[in-house]
Design a protein around this ligand. Structure first.
Ligand SMILES: Cc1cc2nc3c(=O)[nH]c(=O)nc-3n(C[C@H](O)[C@H](O)[C@H](O)COP(=O)(O)O)c2cc1C
Length: 176
């Protein structure tokens, strides 16, 4: 028997800080969808695989189910407005932030808001209660080296160290 309420569970997970992603995809009509997502985890290096856990009511999840591809956009520390935009019920999210198609599948890469991006081919999807666990094989990555946006204790904050990671500016390279 489950003795923990949803509120207690959310309080627990709010004490586990993360980076902030916007997961994007195209639906069958080619329309872009995207949602703020912190349930991102690395799974394996070989093959390079990550997972996201998406609410079964999500329009972005429906697009991923239809198209079989998604992008992960890791937001930089100045992009909390984009994190809030993609978490709110706003119909024209993509008119309010810059994007371009990823190289292989054409899923939206948020060029203005992301410090690292990846395009992923769905390799497995598992239903788990009110969410789907979506596994994606990483096909292409790019990164700027800017500091990441963080989320914890129900608020956004900047990377405390400041400065940039030693990454090749705007490099695009195959996933490893
Ligand atoms: C910081 C933050 C993290 C979130 N992480 C997730 C997540 O991991 N999975 C999820 O299903 N929803 C998550 N959400 C909620 C979605 O972003 C939100 O429900 C969104 O409006 C869904 O959009 P869609 O229905 O257009 O796909 C998060 C919201 C915030 C503010």
């Amino acid at each position: 028997m489950n003795g923990v309420t949803g509120a207690e569970y959310r309080a627990l997970m709010s004490a586990f800080p993360t980076g902030v992603a916007v997961v994007t995809a195209l639906d069958a009509a080619g329309q872009p969808h995207g949602m703020t997502c912190t349930s991102l985890s690395s799974v394996t290096v070989d093959p390079p695989t990550l997972l996201v856990c998406l609410d079964v009511r999500s329009g972005t999840l429906a697009a991923i189910r239809a198209g079989g591809w998604f992008a992960v956009n890791l937001l930089h520390e100045d992009a909390r407005d984009v994190a809030e935009l993609f978490a709110a019920p706003v119909p024209d999210r993509f008119r309010r932030t810059a994007s371009r198609p990823s190289p292989t599948a054409g899923v939206p890469w948020l060029t203005g808001a992301a410090m690292a991006v990846a395009e992923c081919r769905v390799s497995r999807r598992i239903g788990a209660g009110d969410h789907d666990v979506v596994f994606g094989e990483v096909v292409t990555t790019a990164h700027t080296g800017d500091p990441p946006l963080l989320y914890g204790h129900r608020r956004f904050c900047a990377w405390p160290g400041g400065g940039s990671a030693p990454a090749a500016a705007l490099a695009t390279e195959p996933g490893r």
